[in-house]
Design a protein. Sequence first.
Length: 479
Amino acid sequence: QWDPNMPEDRNTIVHLFEWKFSDVAAECERFLQHKGYGGVQLSPVNENAIVTDPWRPWWERYQPISYILQTRSGNEAEFADMVARCNAVGVRIYIDIILNHMTGRGGIATGTAGSWADTYNRDYPSVPYTYLDFNPVCDITDWNDPWQLRQCMLANLNDLNQGNEYVRDRLVDFLNTLIHHGVAGFRVDAAKHMWPEDMRAIFNRVNDLNVNHGFAPNTRPFVYQEVINFSDNEAVTWRDYSGLGRVTEFRHSSEIGRVFRGHDRLVWLDSWGTGWGFMDSNYAFVFVDNHDNQRGHGAGGDSILTYKQSKQYKMATAFMLAHPYGSTRIMSSFAFDDSEAGPPADSNSNIISPGINADDTCSNGWVCEHRWRQIYNMVGFRNAVKGTTIQNWWTNGDQQIAFCRGNRGFVAFTQGGSISQTMQTCLPAGTYCDVISGNLINGDCTGKSVTVDSSGNGYIVLNQNEEDGVLAIHVGKQL
Ligand code: LAG
Ligand code: CA
């Protein structure tokens, strides 16, 4: 439950936020497999309430109305086709599952599969659930009370009672349907708001992954739980959940943003990980930003870097991927100004597919951070250095650092002054293409290259005014 169940030569989940299933399938085949991505996180796939005020916000997908697999991303047949096609090219699928609640409590709601619900009386006939399946109505008013966090409504969302056997059956059925279709694991929404023992009872009854989709017998789904926890003094901490699977490390997200916004010094990154108060690497699920905190929801506030600060964002992402800490996820966004706005859609509110430009970037309102050269090439770097540790940590004592990953990769960063000196790269003699400034195409490097001598030394040039403050070379991209 802590292992993402990816092929050996893959790493990193990309969250294709609100993408349609048919586009995800195409992306697995035409792009993700070739760049070494290991998986895709989807937005919630079960029927959600249609919200019209504001008009079709992204967050309507966090208001389930049934477990029918039909949303603006597609229906069950399209879902099945996508999972099969992605698995066939070694890209795994992870589902954002909402077990904590159903829709907001208000009036009559209609869903994306045509279901109906009386949300005030907590009647959801398409499941079916009645008021008996929910916790008694209360609001979370004290965020330091573990009981309220689990038993009361988060943001006025009708709170399911996961201690109820009937509810457990419905949730297990839903998860087993997803597993039957070939998914590799789950992002557990609002995990902090469910009792760990209830979640354990549910996950214990979930099937092993489907061997017909290439998983080994007895493989358990990867579980990564959304728990926002910044200190050990909080009422609920990551330790309450790490026995069930990985846990989101929000301190990683806020601290990496703080550092690469220049509010801290790179020299201190030598103790990145538990040295910064983070949870153990084996339990950590890490990211620079997520769909909430990139738009001021969730946790992290002003520290969070997003695609809007592109240079710093690429540097932070490069550091995350170069560093061995945690299991990594890349955010792939649609462009937004309004923090409530939904994905690019036509006049019928149907989601528009991303267009693909000749330079690999996206159009039609999709940002596609995962297609930025500096980002996908660092996914390749992480694959190339798998199993190695950090060696030969170097710093100028301030805003410049460099390190090796075993004898397979080398990176340098600056966010203050230029680097121009001989460094120990730990690599075998040869000429390597810097995968940040360019690509290796037909044996030629379109960016900078570094020649390493027989003692591992190479002359590193990284000017402070370059497009990106990073240089990265590895054994997989040798001229
Ligand atoms: C999550 N993780 O634990 C998601 O990452 C986060 O995106 C979800 O909130 C939250 N838990 C519940 O699944 C999002 C928005 C909320 C939105 C909620 C339900 O951040 O703003 O609440 O989804 O759609 C909205 C309104 C609230 C209202 C509520 C119920 O903003 O004011 O009370 O709907 O009507
Ligand atoms: Ca709850």
